[in-house]
Write a protein that binds this ligand. Structure first.
Ligand SMILES: Nc1ncnc2c1ncn2[C@@H]1O[C@H](COP(=O)(O)OP(=O)(O)OP(=O)(O)O)[C@@H](O)[C@H]1O
Ligand SMILES: [Mg+2]
Length: 547
C-alpha cells in the first residue's frame, strides 16, 4: 500500500523535452523513414518562413548523405536573414521556443517545437550534437555552433562555438546526424520537395539525395508571395474564457475601447451594437467584466453583422501561381485553380484554395491524386483523417465528368490540390499531418472544389464538343475534291473554276477552325488540346486498322 505522502515524493513536473523524447511519434518521429522526412521538412519550412519574413527570394540547398547502415547526415542551407548567435542555442536545442506561436499571421511554423525536436531526435539516436553555421549580413562574422538539448531541463548546451568564415552573405546552415531510412515514394523526402515546389513557385531548391543524384527545382516566378501582416483576433468564434481573460488583461479603459482595440473589424458603431445587444454599458470598465456579461456579449457578437477579417494576415498562393506550380511539376493537359474569399473558424481567418490538373500523364483509371497543403506545406501522412478528404468525398465529381462511387475519391486522370492558409491551422496533432474537421473549413473546401470542378467540367464538355466537330470536319474535308469534281461535271466548269471552288470550300473549313479555336482557348492551350485530340484520333484509327 502506498500513502499519499509516499506518492508525494514521486510527484514532480515533467520537462517538455522528456515528454516528447518518450512521445516522439507525436512530433512525426515514429519510424526512421518518417524521421528523415520530418527533419528535412522542419528545416526547410523554417528556411522558407525566414526568407519570406525577410523578403528574400528563397534558395534552399539540401543534402542527404548515408554515413552507415540506417545512419544519415542531413544538411540544409538557406539564404535567409540568419540567426543572431545568442538565439542559436535556444532555437535549435530548446523545445517550445520560437517567434511564431504568439503572432496571428500565416507562417509554416507555429508551435516553436519543430527544429529542436529534430535536433533532439538526432541526438537520441546518434549521440551527436547538431552543427549550425549562421551569418546575419555581408559584413558580419559567421558563427559555428554545436548544440545539444539537456532533456531533463529542456535547456540548451553549447558543445562548441567559434567564429568562422562562410562564403555566403547571409543565411543558416544546419547539419544533423540521425537514424533514418531513405526511400522514394509518396511519403518520401523527394516527393515532399516536389510538392513544395508546386505550392511555392518562387522557391529554388537544390537537392542531392543519398544516391548522389542532384535534383534542381528552379523557381517559376521571381515574385515573392505577398507579405503576411500580423492581425488581432476576429470576434466571430471567440470563446468565453478567452474573452474574459482578454478583458481582464487589456489596457483599454472602457468596454467599447476594449472591443475596438483588441479585435479586428470592430469599429465604434459595431462595438456599440454588440454592447447594446448584450446589455453592457459602453463605458463599463473591462476589469469588472463578469462571466454573465461575457456570455451575453458572445451571443450578441454572433447576432451582429461584422465585416470579414482582413486578408493581409494571409498569403494565399493565388490561382495563377498555383496553376504555374502545377504546370511546372505535373504533366497534364488542363489546369485550373481558384482562391476562395476569406472565412473564419473560431475567430481565426482562413482561405481555401483548390487547383486541378487533368489528363496528360495522369493515370486515367485510378483514384484522383490528392495533394494536401497547409500554409504552403505539403501534408503527406494521415490523408484519411484530414478535413480535406472529407470535403473531397462529399463533393459530387460525377457532375464534373468524372467517375465516383459513394464515399470515395473520384476516379480519373485528375490531381487535386487543396490548400488551407490560416493564421492558425488546426492540426489534429503536434506532428501537423491532418486538418481538424471544423464545419466552416469543410464547407469552404467544398465550395473551392466546386468552383474548380465547374471549370474542369466546362473544359471536359468543350473538349467533347471539339472532338465531335473535328471528326465532322475530317469527313467533310475528305469529300471536298469529290464535290468539286461532281460540280465540274454537272455545271461543265473549267479546271480553274473547279480549283477556285475547292479553295472556297477549304476556306470555309478554315473559318470554322477559327471558331473551334475560340472554344478551346478559353480554358487551355489550344495547341495542346488540338494535338492531343489529333493523337487520340490517330491512335483510334490505328487500333481500328489492327482489328
Ligand atoms: N533557418 C532559419 N532562419 C532564421 N530563423 C530561424 C530558422 N529556423 C528557425 N528560426 C527561428 O527559430 C524559431 C523556432 O523554430 P522551430 O522550427 O522550432 O519553431 P517554429 O517554426 O516557430 O514552429 P513549428 O514548431 O511549428 O515549426 C522560429 O520561430 C524562427 O524564429
Ligand atoms: Mg518550424
Amino acid at each position: 500500500m502506498t500513502t499519499a505522502e509516499q506518492m508525494a515524493e514521486k510527484q514532480r513536473s515533467i520537462s517538455v523535452a522528456e515528454f516528447f523524447s518518450k512521445n516522439r511519434h507525436l512530433l512525426g518521429f515514429d519510424n526512421p523513414r518518417k524521421a528523415l522526412l520530418t527533419t528535412i521538412k522542419e528545416a526547410v519550412d523554417n528556411a522558407l518562413d525566414a526568407c519570406e519574413e525577410a523578403r528574400i527570394l528563397p534558395e534552399v540547398i539540401i543534402e542527404i548523405i548515408e554515413m552507415s547502415s540506417e545512419k544519415y547526415r542531413v544538411i540544409i542551407e538557406d539564404n535567409g536573414p540568419g540567426i543572431v548567435k545568442e538565439q542559436i542555442p535556444n532555437i535549435f536545442a530548446r523545445l517550445l521556443y520560437g517567434s511564431k506561436f504568439h503572432s496571428l499571421k500565416m507562417s509554416r511554423g507555429q508551435q516553436g517545437i519543430g527544429i529542436s525536436a529534430a535536433v533532439m531526435y538526432g541526438q537520441l539516436t546518434t549521440g551527436k550534437p547538431a552543427r549550425i553555421i549562421s551569418k546575419t549580413g555581408k559584413d558580419k562574422t559567421a558563427h559555428y555552433m554545436e548544440v545539444k538539448i539537456d532533456t531533463s531541463s529542456n535547456m540548451p548546451q553549447i558543445v562548441a562555438h567559434k567564429e568562422t568564415t562562410w562564403n555566403k552573405e547571409h543565411g543558416t546552415r544546419i547539419e544533423i546526424d540521425l537514424e533514418a531510412i531513405y526511400q522514394k515514394g509518396p511519403s518520401s523526402v523527394d516527393t515532399y520537395l516536389k510538392l513544395t515546389a508546386i505550392s511555392n513557385p518562387h522557391v529554388t531548391i537544390i537537392y542531392t539525395n543519398p544516391k548522389a543524384e542532384q535534383i534542381i527545382f528552379p523557381r517559376a516566378t521571381d515574385e515573392m508571395p505577398a507579405e503576411a501582416k500580423e492581425i488581432k483576433p476576429h470576434p466571430y468564434g471567440v470563446e468565453l474564457g478567452l474573452l474574459l481573460q482578454m478583458a481582464h488583461q487589456t489596457k483599454a479603459k472602457t468596454m467599447s475601447n476594449f472591443l475596438q482595440q483588441e479585435f479586428s473589424r470592430v469599429s465604434a458603431s459595431v462595438a456599440k451594437e454588440i454592447l447594446q445587444r448584450a446589455g453592457v454599458l459602453e463605458t463599463a470598465k473591462p476589469i469588472d467584466f463578469s462571466r454573465e456579461a461575457a456570455e451575453k456579449t458572445i451571443k450578441a457578437i454572433t447576432e451582429t453583422k461584422i465585416m470579414s477579417p482582413p486578408t493581409d494576415c494571409l498569403s494565399p498562393i493565388g490561382a495563377e501561381p498555383l496553376k504555374k506550380g502545377l504546370k511546372k511539376e505535373i504533366n497534364a493537359e488542363f489546369y485550373c485553380a481558384t482562391t476562395r474569399p476569406p472565412a473564419v473558424y473560431r475567430g481565426n481567418p482562413f482561405i481555401v484554395e483548390c487547383g486541378l490538373a487533368y489528363g496528360g500523364e495522369l493515370e486515367a483509371d485510378s483514384q484522383a491524386k490528392v495533394y494536401r497543403y497547409a500554409n504552403r506545406v505539403p501534408l503527406q501522412y494521415q490523408q484519411g483523417a484530414c478535413a480535406s478528404s472529407q470535403a473531397i468525398i462529399q463533393t459530387n465529381f460525377k457532375s464534373y465528368g468524372l467517375q465516383q462511387s459513394k464515399s470515395s475519391l473520384p476516379v480519373g486522370p485528375l490531381a487535386i490540390v487543396i490548400h488551407i492558409a490560416s493564421v492558425w491551422v488546426p492540426f489534429t496533432s503536434e506532428s501537423k499531418e491532418a486538418i481538424a474537421h471544423y464545419d466552416e473549413i469543410i464547407k469552404e473546401m467544398k465550395l473551392a472544389l466546386q468552383e474548380a470542378g465547374r471549370m474542369l467540367a466546362s473544359y471536359i464538355n468543350k473538349k467533347k464538343k471539339l472532338k465531335g466537330e473535328m471528326q465532322k470536319r475530317g469527313y467533310i474535308e475528305k469529300y471536298i475534291p469529290k464535290v468539286s469534281e461532281a460540280l465540274q461535271q454537272l455545271l461543265g466548269l473549267k479546271p480553274e473554276e473547279r480549283a477556285k471552288i475547292e479553295m472556297e470550300l477549304q476556306k470555309i473549313m478554315e473559318d470554322t477552325r477559327g471558331e473551334l479555336e475560340e472554344i478551346a482557348e478559353e480554358n487551355t492551350d489550344y495547341d495542346e488540346t488540338f494535338a492531343k485530340i489529333g493523337a487520340d484520333e490517330t491512335k483510334e484509327k490505328e487500333e481500328g486498322d489492327e482489328e
